[in-house]
Design a protein around this ligand. Structure first.
Ligand code: ARG
Ligand code: ZN
Length: 888
């Protein structure tokens, strides 16, 4: 059944209060749900239809008495409710079986502890309800459970009562002072301990912050707590948004479909985004925890105080909150270079994951028009592209203007369930006279049109007129259901470099001089921008900071790109110049006839990379980004016909050439950056560790070719002696990536050291499933990993660490000429779908881009997808993905 945005209708009833009482038992939990409802006076009188899923219904009472009801599929229908505007009471008693809940939606058990996940439509698996975000109610929740097995009983809001019950049971009663949609409901019950922190906010109010984990994990909670405190401070400082709760809790669970969930006052997190100490977590983990803790915390205002009217508006809260968490992480950086590193990382995610989505069968607008299964729309488009749309608004109204826009948004809509239009309108209205306000209806095409626009830029220097004219033209390819696109509003940040590499002052059409960067707004299909007073031909730096989520086509020469790489004051475009140079070489080698050239790089490129690596002023983190070649999936997106094996071979050849040609430089880089003192996850030492790890990989790659045992020996030594997980794992990876004999010894040792640490074992599995393929060895290795005693398909993190690392993150190993990778994929999609459709549907997306594949991959991939599609009892989740994938 397809749900359509245009079919939105307000609810026929409002639910004002909900009183839930749980008798928690893994086999049979009893749920007493007492609601106070009233008819929505704005809607014609009709039956009450309550959503439910996998519930056993025992009793329905209206105003304390029996009443007639019927089932329409899983929907509970009440036709003879009291007429008129008066509120009435509805009591529903159901049971459910949390221990049998393998899909991890609704109420489930993880390692003996109860957790809930209600977004998007999980609350209906707990009780019958109007499971839609525009129905906001006040909740009172009583939890009853065995005292020994479930000493901690948590729900949203404030604890108002607790005590003992007969039979060694106890209870806790929670009242949430804020109205909320049911997707923000949560409960947790189990054996947990908490790190606590009391803080006083600016207003002088006291708050209790808690991070709940399993008893053995207390030593991994400090970073999450620090991140939470930093989030509270940041939201108050940057947006004037204070913590509105006496008590804010984060609870970690090892079994979670996604990253984390922003339930009001009771965030539930995947352990991956909470637990960290220097011995078990890498710099990347520390950074991810900071941003996910921030993300969920920022949802408290953008998502919870103001929520979505319907699920088509998901990006209203997700795009905005990703934007906020990105800004948070950037603002925590002390210097501009570290901010730029964060920006580059975010753009890399957008381009390697969202651009392919936007060009594939699952392409959808930031505000979709229809869906079969809403869980399939928690996508990089809704999240990351949605964040770029918000970022463009900030670019168009300025940072202060954006803050004013947020203030107006809260003035108008606090406590409401609203739409993306409402948000854009508030930002525009707060900034009359801005480009956003002038172009608002057109700007909103970013919400309605799918696909990544392409901007063609052409520069013309006129020596006589002393002008530089930049012509910008935009197009956007058709996407499923949208054949013609109207022009977007595209802010394009521009700089012009002189021969010395300095930014020229810019006079746009003779306007006032702007130092450095000028942002022009492209709103027509084609527009020209004339810069005056230019004495010599400049080198253009276009789309600085990645000012819009577009593909920029600009035919700069190698010399111009090298100039930008050497001098651009905009670090994003400086990095981008290096990526373009590398991409050009990769594409050239891929398109060439005959076997892959083993040295695809020219001396000028190698020298430029050396200059960056040895540069006295650039940070290590930035150097590591520049020296990382474009990802195989990014290269694939530039081609009409994709031979994954050839792309892989070319990229490997480029990397190996850099390993050899810069051998002395890698030694220098390793020696210069290897010592960083006591572990701290700050940007500077993080960057130094990243560059050290890269150098070690390069040195091991060279050693593999020349048989010299020195660097493998050093890598193994560093692996053994490392004082933190980042250095240890980087050294292990270097051995594994280079395919050195010492790798197996190191892997065995690593497993022995961390057999008790689930998140570290995930890394161990992922490293092996994601390792470079040599003669088809990875698939058999993956099958062996699945048979490993520590493997558990039911645990999403573990399943992802092996299966996704292979199918989605290792194209050179997955795309096999014998189709065995695709066969494996179809088996696993079907197997996982039987117990966890959400995870299966994610995996199903690994073959999104099959239509671009060269033969024999294309036909084999289509067959594998068809095999999945032919399965009769697929979930809606997987069915929607494979159906769209096979559609033409
Ligand atoms: N709102 C959560 C977040 O972005 C994601 C929850 C998604 N859950 C799901 N089952 N689709 O932080
Ligand atoms: Zn979110």
């Amino acid at each position: 059944i397809v749900v359509r945005r245009e079919d939105y209708a307000p609810p026929a009833f409002w639910i004002d209060t909900v009183d839930l009482a749980f008798d928690l038992d893994p086999a049979k939990t009893r749920v007493l749900n007492r609601m106070r409802l009233r008819r929505n006076p704005d809607v014609a009188p009709q039956a009450l239809r309550l959503d439910g899923e996998d519930l056993n219904l025992a009793r329905v009472l209206v105003n304390g008495g029996g009443c007639s009801f019927r089932m329409d599929g899983q929907t509970l229908v009440l036709e003879n409710l009291p007429e008129g505007a008066e509120p009435f009471d509805l009591e529903i008693f159901t049971t459910c079986a949390p221990e049998k809940n393998t899909q991890l939606m609704g109420l489930y058990v993880s390692q003996g502890t109860f957790f809930t996940q209600c977004e998007a439509e999980g609350f209906r698996r707990i009780t019958y309800f109007l499971d839609r975000p525009d129905v906001m109610a006040s909740y009172t929740v009583t939890l009853r459970a065995d005292k020994d097995r479930y000493p901690v009983l948590l729900s949203n809001g404030n604890l108002v009562d607790s005590g003992n019950l007969p039979d060694n049971r106890h209870f806790a009663k929670w009242v949430d002072p804020h109205k909320k949609p049911c997707y923000l409901f949560a409960l947790v019950a189990g054996k947990l301990v908490a790190r606590e922190q009391r803080i006083v906010s600016r207003s002088g109010k006291e708050h209790l912050l808690q991070v709940y984990v399993r008893p053995g994990d207390m030593d991994k909670t400090e970073h999450a707590m620090n991140s939470l405190m930093a989030s509270v401070v940041w939201d108050e400082a940057r947006f004037g948004l204070p913590l509105d709760l006496e008590r804010f809790m984060i609870v970690a669970t090892a079994d979670f479909n996604m990253g984390a969930m922003e339930n009001k006052g009771l965030n539930i997190f995947n352990t991956k985004y909470v637990l960290a100490n220097s011995a078990t977590a890498t710099d990347t983990d520390f950074a991810n925890i900071e941003s996910v803790v921030g993300h969920e915390y920022f949802h408290n205002w953008t998502g919870n105080r103001i929520t979505c009217r319907d699920w088509f508006q998901l990006s209203l809260k997700e795009g905005l909150t990703v934007f906020r968490d990105q800004e948070f992480s950037m603002d925590l950086c002390a210097d501009p270079s570290a901010r730029a590193v964060k920006r580059i990382e975010d753009v890399r995610v957008l381009r390697t994951a969202q651009f392919p989505e936007d060009a594939g069968p699952m392409a959808h607008p930031v505000r979709p028009d229809s869906y079969v299964e809403i869980n399939n729309f928690y996508t990089v488009t809704i999240y990351e592209k949605g964040a770029e749309v918000v970022r463009m608004m900030q670019t168009l109204v300025g940072r202060d203007g954006f803050r004013k826009g947020m203030e107006l948004y809260f003035q108008r809509h606090d406590g409401q369930a609203v739409t993306c239009d409402d948000f854009a309108q508030a930002v525009a209205d707060a900034n009359p006279g801005s480009e956003l306000s002038r172009l608002l209806p057109q700007f909103k095409r970013w919400y309605s049109q799918a696909g990544t626009p392409r901007v063609q830029a052409t520069g013309r220097f006129d020596a006589e007129a002393r002008t530089y004219t930049l012509e910008l033209a935009q197009t956007c390819d058709p996407t499923p259901g949208q054949s013609d696109k109207a022009p977007f509003v595209i802010p394009v940040a521009i700089g012009l470099l002189d021969a010395q590499g300095r930014d020229l002052p810019l006079h746009l059409d003779g306007g006032p001089a702007v130092a450095g960067t000028q942002t022009v707004v492209l709103s027509e299909a084609c527009q020209s921008f004339v810069f005056t007073g230019i004495d010599a031909e400049p080198v253009p730096s276009v789309l600085r900071g990645f000012s819009a989520p577009v593909v920029l086509d600009m035919n700069l020469s190698d010399a111009e790109l090298l100039h930008l790489l050497a001098h651009d004051s905009d670090p994003f475009n400086r990095w981008e110049a290096g990526q373009r140079l590398a991409l050009r070489r990769a594409l050239h080698a891929i398109r060439a006839e005959g076997p892959v050239h083993q040295e695809p790089l020219d001396e000028a490129f190698v020298a430029a990379m050396r200059a960056v690596l040895r540069h006295p002023a650039l940070d290590a983190a930035f150097k590591e980004l520049v020296l990382t070649l474009p990802a195989e999936t990014y290269i694939a997106e530039q081609l009409d016909i994709v031979d994954p094996q050839r792309i892989h071979a070319v990229r490997e050849a480029m990397r190996s050439q850099l390993a050899h040609a810069l051998h002395e430089d890698w030694i220098w880089a390793y020696e210069q950056h290897r010592d960083n003192g006591a572990y701290r996850p700050d940007p500077v030492s993080t960057g130094r560790r990243a560059l050290t790890g890269m150098a070690l990989t390069m040195l091991c790659l060279a050693a593999r070719d020349n048989g010299n045992p020195v660097w493998p020996g050093k890598a193994y030594q560093r692996f053994k002696d490392a004082g933190n997980m980042t250095d240890r794992f980087n050294a292990l990876s270097a051995l594994v990536i280079a395919g050195l004999p010492l790798a197996s010894e190191a892997l065995a040792r690593f497993h022995g050291m961390f057999r008790q640490e689930a998140l570290v074992l995930d890394k161990w599995f992922a490293l092996q499933a994601g390792a470079p393929d040599r003669g088809g060895n990875i698939l058999p290795a993956v099958r062996q990993l699945l048979a490993h005693p520590d493997f558990n398909l039911r645990n999403p993190n573990r399943a992802r660490s092996v299966i996704f690392s292979y199918c989605s993150a290792n194209p050179g190993a997955f795309h096999r000429a014998d189709a065995a990778g695709y066969v494996f994929w179809s088996e696993k999609v079907i197997e996982i779908d039987a117990f966890n459709p959400q995870v299966a549907a994610r995996l199903a997306r690994a073959l999104d881009r099959w239509k671009k594949l060269a033969e024999p991959y294309r036909s084999a991939a289509r067959e594998a997808i068809a095999r999945v599609a032919a399965k009769p009892d697929l979930s809606n989740d997987v069915r929607e993905v494979v159906t769209r994938s096979l559609a033409d």
